[in-house]
Structures are given as structure tokens and as C-alpha cells.
Design a binder for this molecule. Structure first.
Ligand SMILES: C[S@@+](CC[C@H](N)C(=O)[O-])C[C@H]1O[C@@H](n2cnc3c(N)ncnc32)[C@H](O)[C@@H]1O
Length: 249
């Protein structure tokens, strides 16, 4: 039995068949579904605000849900990730003729190996890279003159909380999702199940993030002219390389 056997495509974290899978595969399924469930507003924003173009790259594409959307706007999309399990999901569920998925560390992606892109996109990924500066520079050099970089980065307002706090937050979100009709009941329940799953709790409790001020300071040193948009628990960085800037950094 696979993740998509359920009629609604939802993850069933506690089913016995799912439990029998290796932990990395189970976590990849949770990661993928979580990304699909929580990125709705971001996807909507991109759909409305992104120009079409020739080439786009998603650094840390996970299960490919954003590549799938980018493939409707760009002739060619490259999805990069270091997780073979997430790339398996991407290739299985979000394969398109104009998307290439590649198992690579984003720090190894350069203009020499992959060329330049009209859009360099990366969401919730650079905090995994030990040297944020190096990650920011790696992304910058891929933007073609006149192209755009969009980065979404979590900032650390929730770090260091105990497990019970995350569980209570999950319950609170479930109640709000239902009462405020932010989601249907099935989807709200599925998100609650993911948010309280032991693998997920272990993952989020191990994360450490920069404060918004620290992140902004670092990002402005690589992208002095960027716009930083407050998205609550995250910041979106938008930077356009001037059309006459042909320097490769
Ligand atoms: C938190 S997930 C974000 C996934 C997706 N971008 C989203 O918006 O939900 C981070 C992703 O980055 C990948 N990743 C972490 N470090 C990476 C690296 N150095 N190079 C490429 N991918 C990386 C992970 O495997 C994971 O799929």
C-alpha cells in the first residue's frame, strides 16, 4: 500500500502498512503532504505574481509540488534536492515533460553546470544549509540578467519550545481551521495528524532558525537591493538582477 491509495490522496500516518516503511520514506511522505497543505497561499501568490519565462529552478524542491506549478509558467524547470525519497515522490507524482528532477546539493549548482535561470526559487530550504551566506551566493549566481530570485525563509519565533507546546498549537490550528473555515474538515484533520506525528515533532523540534532581524541583516549583505516581505513565520526575499548586470559572482 502506498501513500496515494487513500481516495483523497491523504497521508495515513498511523496505518500499519505505512509504519512498515523505512523511517526516511515515511518522513518524506509527511514532508510532501505538509508542503502541499500549507503552501496554498504561497502558490497562489506565485501564480498571480510570477511572469512567464524560459527557465526556472527550485532549490530544495522536495516532492516537486512547486515545480509542477512553475512548469505551467516556464518552458523548462529544474528541481534540485538532496533527498532521494522526496525526489522519488516528485518523479512518481509530479512528473512533466518540461521538469527535470536532480539529486544534487544546491551548493554544487553553478552557472557552469546548470546555466542561468529567469527564476531562482527556494523555499524553506536554506536554513538546512550550514553556511547561509554560501547558500545565498550560490542562488544569486544562477539568476540571469533581468531575472528574479525568490527565497522563502523561516524565522525563529518558535524555537526551543517543548513537545507539548507544538501539540497544543496543532490543536489550536485544527480548531481555527474548522471554525474559521480555513480548510475542510478532512484536510484540517490530516494536517493535525501530521503536525502531531512523532517523526514530524522530532523534526521541527530539532530545527533552529535565525531571528527575522538576523536573517534580514545577512540577506541584505548578499542582496542589498532586495525586498523582504513579512510572511509571519517566514520572510520572502525578492531580488531582481538588473538587465545590464552581467557579472558572474
Ligand atoms: C523544509 S523542506 C522545503 C521543501 C519545499 N521547498 C517547500 O516549500 O515546502 C527543505 C528541502 O530542502 C532539501 N535540502 C536540504 N538541504 C539541501 C541542499 N543542501 N541542497 C538541496 N536540497 C536541500 C531537503 O531535502 C528538503 O526537501
Amino acid at each position: 500500500m502506498t501513500r496515494t491509495d487513500a481516495a483523497d490522496g491523504a497521508v495515513r500516518p498511523s496505518s500499519s502498512a505505512t509504519e512498515a516503511q523505512p523511517e526516511a520514506v515515511r518522513f518524506a511522505a509527511l514532508r510532501d503532504r505538509f508542503g502541499v497543505l500549507i503552501n496554498i497561499a504561497l502558490r497562489e501568490y506565485l501564480r498571480e505574481n510570477l511572469d512567464s519565462g524560459q527557465r526556472a529552478i527550485d532549490l530544495g524542491c522536495a516532492g516537486g509540488f512547486m515545480c509542477e506549478m512553475l512548469a505551467t509558467k516556464f518552458d523548462e524547470v529544474v528541481g534540485i534536492d538532496i533527498s532521494p525519497d522526496l525526489l522519488d515522490i516528485a518523479r512518481r507524482d509530479r512528473s512533466r515533460t518540461n521538469i527535470t528532477y536532480e539529486l544534487t546539493d544546491l551548493l554544487l549548482v553553478t552557472p557552469e553546470t546548470h546555466g542561468h535561470f529567469d527564476l531562482v526559487y527556494s523555499a524553506y530550504t536554506l536554513h538546512h544549509v550550514p553556511d547561509l551566506d554560501a547558500g545565498l551566493r550560490a542562488a544569486k549566481q544562477l539568476v540571469r540578467p533581468g531575472g528574479t530570485l525568490m527565497l522563502v525563509h523561516l524565522v525563529g519565533r518558535r524555537d526551543g519550545r517543548p513537545r507539548g507546546w507544538y501539540r497544543r498549537q496543532a490543536l489550536r490550528n485544527l480548531v481555527f481551521d474548522v471554525l474559521r473555515r480555513r480548510r475542510g474538515l478532512t484536510e484540517a484533520w490530516e494536517l493535525y495528524r501530521i503536525n502531531t506525528h512523532p517523526l514530524w515533532l522530532r523534526h521541527i523540534m530539532s530545527q533552529r532558525h535565525l531571528s527575522a532581524e538576523q536573517f534580514e541583516g545577512i540577506v541584505k549583505s548578499t542582496y542589498p537591493s532586495c525586498e523582504v516581505i513579512d510572511m509571519g513565520r517566514a520572510r520572502m526575499v525578492v531580488w531582481r538582477r538588473p538587465a545590464d548586470d552581467t557579472t558572474d559572482e
